[in-house]
Ligand binder design. Structure first.
Ligand SMILES: NC(=O)C1=CN([C@@H]2O[C@H](COP(=O)(O)OP(=O)(O)OC[C@H]3O[C@@H](n4cnc5c(N)ncnc54)[C@H](O)[C@@H]3O)[C@@H](O)[C@H]2O)C=CC1
Ligand SMILES: O=C(O)C1=NCCCC1
Length: 369
């Protein structure tokens, strides 16, 4: 008889899952995933059931990591909620199985895992792609993901250290330049925008450090070096014309093929990285719809039965935004991090991220019991 599964609630998962432990595991598993060795990792694209009547979705996200002995699935629901709703828009449960015998070893809350692993992956993207001098972080949205992104980004990038160069004369006979290196600490400035300003204000009231509440997306993003988009938007809210050249955008929302957060200009001008190419091709409206042309030339042809039919041909077609690489392909060295360019990391979420997070939580719990 197998033992009863360990049951862990949100509070326990939150306590046991730390970014310091999680980040290296995510880097390792995403690097391995991008090698596409199916004897090591199997992770199909998420199955999603629309719940149209209630503006919601049910997703199932299985993963098997043979070398690590992790067999896992997350079951997640996500809803488009009215602003200010007290219900969480993303809810999840994660199940770990015994890979050899098939029984369930742990059932744990998936909300904390989803919040932390998504933010941790965005932070990995920012480590790789943000401009060397990044002083301004902008967060669009004020929900669960906005908060976990705030926590990990300020933890990792709170201060940047820059070396200032001084020049001067050293000799009477000729002028020579010398350099003195002064380490200077700058505080990262954080800005937040939310659809309703009072929600952004509520977000800020919970924080220790000062954060600027902005009245518009444009005000929030102008001059920002790193931008996190973590909203439930289904139409673009972030426009390329506002984005500072060289900025990095971690785009977390818009996880349906017909939802957008980023406009065509940004999607076509930036170097686009994704978590999984298959996931992005199936689910990212920002990628799928970026090449769709909405201007059509129409003409009519009368057929023999006196009906008139309208035929359309595209007047002009833009090509779709191209995916440059997966985050894992950069982590495993097969593609470069093009830090000098404007970069977008389009995140959709992966079962392997939940799997390593859940395993970590269970290991920590086992260590305590
Ligand atoms: N990439 C990934 O791995 C994951 C992505 N997500 C996605 O991230 C987004 C945020 O998720 P949570 O923070 O859990 O949700 P949440 O409900 O806690 O927060 C959503 C935020 O988006 C704002 N918002 C909603 N509709 C909007 C609209 N039409 N325009 C502008 N702002 C709008 C809300 O005001 C709120 O600030 C969602 O789209 C969710 O599906 C969630 C989990 C994982
Ligand atoms: O990866 C996840 O978990 C989710 N991704 C997008 C939608 C909500 C859940």
């Amino acid at each position: 008889m197998s033992e009863s599964p360990v049951l862990l609630n949100k509070h326990e998962v939150e306590r046991l899952l730390t970014y310091d432990d999680l980040i290296p595991r995510l880097e390792s598993v995403m690097g391995k995933f991008s090698k596409r060795d199916s004897s090591e990792i199997i992770q199909p694209v998420r199955s999603v059931v629309p719940i149209q009547q209630h503006s919601g979705f049910l997703g199932v996200m299985p993963a098997y990591l043979a070398a690590e002995g992790i067999l896992c699935t997350k079951i997640v629901t996500f809803y488009q909620r009215a602003e200010g709703s007290s219900l969480p828009s993303t809810q999840a449960t994660v199940l770990l199985f015994h890979p050899e015998h098939g029984h369930v070893t742990a059932i744990m809350d998936g909300e904390a895992i989803t919040a932390k692993r998504t933010a941790a992956v965005s932070a990995i993207s920012a480590k790789l792609f943000k401009p060397a001098l990044s002083e301004v972080l902008c967060i669009l949205g004020s929900g669960q993901q906005a908060r976990s992104h705030y926590d990990v980004f300020t933890k990792l990038f709170k201060f940047k250290e820059v070396t200032s160069m001084k020049t001067g004369n050293t000799s009477k006979s000729f002028k020579m330049c010398f350099c003195v290196c002064d380490p200077v600490l700058y505080t990262l400035q954080v800005r937040v925008w939310s659809r309703r300003k009072e929600m952004a204000q509520r977000f800020v009231n919970d924080l220790q450090d000062p954060v600027t509440v902005c009245s518009s997306v444009k005000e929030a993003v102008i001059g920002a070096d790193v931008i996190v988009t973590a909203t439930g938007a289904s139409q673009p809210i972030l426009f390329g014309e506002w984005v500072k050249p060289g900025a990095h955008i971690a785009a977390v929302g818009a996880c349906r093929p017909d939802w957008r957060e980023l406009d065509d200009v940004l999607m076509r001008e930036a170097v686009v990285y994704v978590d999984s190419r298959e996931g992005a091709t199936a689910e990212s409206g920002d990628i799928i719809l970026s090449g769709v042309c909405i201007t059509f030339h129409q003409y009519n042809i009368a057929d023999l039965s006196h009906h008139r039919h309208t035929y359309s041909t595209p007047k002009s077609l833009f090509s779709q935004a191209e995916v440059f690489a997966e985050l894992g392909e950069v982590l495993n060295g097969s593609f470069p991090a093009r830090r000098e360019k404007t970069t977008v990391f389009k995140s959709l979420g992966m079962g392997i991220q939940d799997a390593v997070s859940a395993k970590l939580v269970l290991e920590k719990w086992n260590g305590e019991h």
